[in-house]
Design a protein around this ligand. Structure first.
Ligand code: FES
Length: 117
């Protein structure tokens, strides 16, 4: 497997109660790689603590990988990884949990505490 291309991945880090910060990772990849591929590479090679969600991978079924890619809402699993610098941030209209993970459960699907006792 050749990894001829490089992308500087700039990733939002931190929890809701922390000052926001960005970390940058120089990610090698093949042509056709996705933003999710780059995030997985970072977690496997640079920082195992990077938090992000995914499940179906490219089936567009789970929608768990939705993030902001260069300021636009996108699926990390299908967003093509461009060369240069790519910025990945959590969804702006959802409650931040940590790094790229937000609370994506629709309010109607949340269990009230009385429902689980
Ligand atoms: S991982 Fe399911 S839509 Fe991206």
């Amino acid at each position: 497997m050749s990894e001829d291309l490089k992308t500087m991945l700039k990733v939002y880090r931190g929890a809701a109660d922390e000052a926001p910060r960005y970390e940058q990772f120089d990610v090698p990849h093949e042509d056709g790689a996705s933003v999710l591929d780059a995030l997985v590479w970072v977690r496997e090679n640079e920082d195992a603590s990077l938090a992000f969600r995914y499940s179906c991978v490219s089936a567009n079924a789970c929608k768990e990988c939705m993030v902001l890619v260069d300021g636009k809402v996108n699926y990390a699993c299908t967003a093509k990884l461009n060369t240069g610098t790519v910025t990945v941030e959590p969804l702006a209209n959802k409650t931040l949990i940590r790094d790229l993970v937000t609370d994506i459960v629709p309010p109607k699907e949340r269990l009230a505490s009385a429902d689980v006792e």
